[in-house]
Design a protein around this ligand. Structure first.
Ligand SMILES: *Cc1c(COP(=O)(O)O)cnc(C)c1O
Length: 362
């Protein structure tokens, strides 16, 4: 697909001073600081996508009747820009995010953004704000493309004015504890998505539905929540924002198959390929929640981990539910660490990119 138009650039009149930026990049946290610029584009039925521009980061002016505030017609993506040791800047499989963004748009009755426009937006924004890509270990510039119903109208129908934007936020490790394993609460009453619903696409509404169960997890002393399949509550789906893998004693990696309510993670897909290349058997299938419970108790399942762009690969130590818990070890297991390392080595350019996954930005 071709780009629908060129990008206008308006530079920030007073960007963050270099000294302050260095201070921020030394300890960015996650999602707290934002780069100097943002990308914005608008869509209407008559004009299609138009007005692509890089402009100073700043607030939108939002009318109280803006449709997204009422009916949540919104989608997003999550990617990262990585600085390699030679100073070049790269991103990971952006065309997969662009394609997923199109699937999300279709499900939410939003207009599709051409893949080339998606890639050009990220390219233009990272070029302008390249100084915001940190160079510390496991640091990155988190990229957040999103699209929302910006029409001022309270009727229930797909919006006729839509805004696409990209913002960027320097990021350190997602969990401040690093690769320390997390504990997971099994949500037995709440679902994040339903069959035929929006679970398989990346929309804000899915996250809204996961916040109360996440609170329940915290109240039970857990870091994260895991959801069951919404139809039967018998098999494993995923975490609120990460996919999940079980590692068997013989080295086999098992992850729930994409069933319509699980989000098809780029990290998940990449790990399936990497694990296979590293000599592991990989299996995508329905995974009963009892398989996790009894498998860990019988030490047939030796490691469990979650994965996603933000947190990369995060070991899971304990699964807890009302009335019980099982634990697969207090430390990150060797397979989890090996796969995590392999993925990071590719993303940070420390090993050859044999898959053509890396896309140079600067
Ligand atoms: C984004 C997301 C993931 C992880 O996807 P990646 O492409 O690997 O970042 C997993 N589950 C949900 C619900 C998500 O929104």
């Amino acid at each position: 697909m071709t780009r629908s138009s060129t990008i206008a650039t308006e530079l920030h009149p007073s960007p963050v001073e270099a000294e302050r930026r260095t201070e921020i990049l030394a300890d960015p946290g996650f999602g707290r600081h934002f780069s100097d610029h943002m990308f914005v584009s608008e869509w209407t039925p008559d004009q299609g996508w138009h007005g692509h521009s890089v402009k100073p980061y700043g607030p939108f002016s939002v009318d109280p009747a803006t449709a997204v505030l009422h009916y949540a017609q919104e989608i997003f993506e999550g990617m990262k820009a990585y600085r390699h040791s030679d100073g070049s800047i790269w991103t990971f499989r952006p065309e997969v995010n662009a394609a997923r963004f199109q699937r999300s748009a279709e499900r939410l009755a939003l207009p599709e953004l051409p893949v080339d426009d998606f890639l050009a937006a990220i390219q233009a924004l990272v070029e302008v704000d390249k100084e915001w890509v940190p160079s510390g270990a496991e640091q990155s510039l988190y990229i957040r493309p999103f699209m929302f119903a910006s029409e001022v109208f309270l009727g229930v129908r797909p919006a006729k004015h839509v805004t696409f934007a990209v913002i960027m936020s320097p990021a350190g490790p997602y969990f401040s504890s690093g690769v320390k394993p997390v504990s997971i609460w099994l949500s037995e009453h709440y679902d994040r998505a339903a069959p035929g619903g929006t679970g398989a696409v990346k929309c804000g509404g899915n996250y809204a539905a996961s916040l109360l169960p996440q609170q329940e997890a915290a109240a039970n002393g857990c870091d994260q929540v895991v959801f069951l399949d919404p139809a039967e509550h018998l098999s494993l789906d995923e975490l609120g924002g990460m996919n999940v893998f079980l590692v068997y004693g013989d080295g086999t990696l098992v992850t729930p198959e994409l069933n319509g309510s699980i989000l098809a993670g780029v990290t998940r897909a990449s790990i399936l390929e990497l694990a296979d290349e590293l000599g592991h058997k990989v299996d995508e299938r329905k995974v009963g929640i009892d398989e996790w419970r009894t498998g860990v108790a019988a030490t047939e399942i030796v490691e469990v981990f979650a994965c996603g762009t933000a947190a990369v690969v995060t070991p899971i130590s304990t699964l807890k539910w009302r009335g019980g818990e099982v634990s697969s070890g207090a430390d990150a297991g060797p397979v989890t660490l090996k796969i995590r390392q392999r993925l990071l080595d590719i993303q940070y350019g420390r090993v050859a990119d044999e898959h053509g996954w890396m896309h140079r930005l600067v």
